[in-house]
Design a protein around this ligand. Structure first.
Ligand code: ARG
Length: 450
């Protein structure tokens, strides 16, 4: 493509080292769409005849079909998807193919293609996340009234319901979707026409190109447009964040599956056995989800580090943007699919959840609240209940069976009524709190908006 200036062939080692076709071939539908829009602008500017435009369009569509059907032979010597397609086009249609690259550079091609790729993948991710939210919602509805302990520091804290716990993840996933939608908005701007870095002396209608490709506008600085990869970094962050949410969910599920907790039964189809220990049933999907999240975070770091020292505008380092991008998108889509299937099939062991929540210690805070309602300042109430807890620990008498009045006369007999999980949950009616009514209402709210 640049043979005019060079007297020697490229070393085959350099060819191997510098190629990106082994991975950027995936950009082909976007490269074809970008080229057709660019050619149409050339036609409208009088740079191509109708026949030339038609043969370019037809040639490109034929190449797209051949790639899709596995009939296209990619050549490493042609480095990347942009040059593979252009060279093949010229081979197929002759001289008109050589006109296509007028007023554009691979720099704006790669910026265009990756934006279109990100946009398409974001749409797929949004659908996949909604699918996972829906199964979480089904389970939250099923277990809206299943009382279980809520934990801080992985120590039992206060009673919640399994439904409330699962809905927490729906909240997180919905924010991930918001971030994806936001990222999509920012990246859906056309860089085409930025040239190598300084536009072109041949002015094509950039707005028409953008419109044809479904972009919402055009970039306003040619140097920024081809140097920028922040839209990829933003997507990789959003994917990492979603991965981190799913990793935390995995961790919860792993704990719940252990004999120590015993709250959850994952289906046989979504667990694995041991080659040695016949009794084992392992939550591998959760563990692999947790493990793959490391890769997602690593991919984000990979790109940020690659970018940080680069002078604007384009530097070849930027070619390294695509492996982490493709890997993160593929990985998260797979993680979402398998988790959706697994969560749809899982079953909570309600009696175990209830038994773990039945420790009266979980209602120590409610006892302090009861003292507050009788006029005791919260700090003093906290201390009084702390004394009762210490007595219970020392004597082995459960908190709800202690003679509280012996500890302090601020206690009254009625205060013992706090030691009921039903009462405790029913009292938690404020927005965001886990009363069964609230959880059911939240399920309905989500059902209406997902
Ligand atoms: N394969 C290159 C990439 O992915 C395309 C752009 C090449 N541009 C250049 N001036 N060498 O970044």
């Amino acid at each position: 493509m640049w043979k005019g200036r060079f007297a020697q062939d490229t070393s085959s080692l350099v060819e191997q080292f510098g190629e990106s076709i082994s991975y950027d071939w995936r950009l082909f539908p976007h490269d074809v769409a970008g080229s057709i829009a660019h050619a149409r602008a050339q036609l409208n500017a009088g740079l191509l005849t109708e026949e030339e435009f038609s043969s370019i369009e037809e040639g490109l569509r034929g190449i797209e079909t051949d790639i899709r059907e596995g009939r296209f032979e990619f050549r490493t010597s042609l480095e990347d998807i942009h040059m593979n397609i252009e060279a093949e086009l010229t081979k197929r249609i002759g001289a008109a193919g050589g006109k296509l690259h007028t007023a554009r550079s691979r720099n704006d091609q790669v910026a265009t293609d990756t934006r279109l790729y990100c946009r398409t993948q974001i749409d797929g991710l949004l659908t996949a996340i909604t699918g996972l939210e829906k199964v979480l919602l089904d389970q939250a509805s099923r277990y809206a009234a299943t009382v279980m302990p809520g934990y801080t520091h992985l120590q039992r804290g206060q009673p919640v319901t399994a439904g409330h716990h699962l809905l927490a993840y729906v909240e997180m996933l919905e924010r991930d979707k918001g971030r994806l939608a936001d990222c999509r908005k920012r990246l859906n701007i056309s860089p085409l026409g930025s040239g190598a870095l300084a536009g072109s002396t041949i002015n094509l209608d950039r707005n028409a190109i953008a419109k044809e490709l479904g972009f919402d506008g055009i970039t306003h600085n040619s140097m920024d447009a081809i140097a920028d990869r922040d839209y990829i970094a933003e997507l990789l962050f959003t994917i990492s964040m979603c991965g981190v949410h799913l990793s935390r969910l995995s961790e919860d599920l792993i704990l719940w599956c252990s004999s120590e907790f015993g709250f959850l039964n994952l289906s046989d189809a979504h667990t694995t056995g041991s080659s040695l220990m016949p009794q084992k049933k392992n939550p591998d999907v959760c563990e692999i989800t947790r493990g793959k999240t490391g890769r997602l975070v690593g991919n984000l770091m990979n790109l940020l580090v690659a970018m940080k020292g680069l002078p604007i505008t384009y530097n070849r380092d930027l070619q390294e943007d695509k492996p982490p991008l493709f890997d993160s998108v593929d990985t998260l889509l797979l993680v979402l699919a398998v988790n959706t299937e697994m969560i749809a099939a899982m079953e909570m062991r309600e009696e175990k959840c209830l038994a773990a929540a039945s420790d009266p210690m979980l209602l120590a805070t409610d006892l302090a609240d009861a003292l507050v309602k009788s006029g005791v300042p919260f700090r003093s109430a906290h201390e009084l209940v702390g004394k009762a807890v210490a007595e219970s620990v020392k004597s082995g008498v459960p908190l709800d069976q202690l003679d509280l009045k012996e500890i302090d006369d601020a206690y009254t007999d009625e205060m013992k009524s706090v030691f009921s999980l039903e009462v405790a949950l029913a009292a938690r009616t404020n927005v965001g709190a886990p009363s069964v009514e609230n959880v059911k209402r939240e399920v309905e709210r989500w059902q209406a908006c997902l």
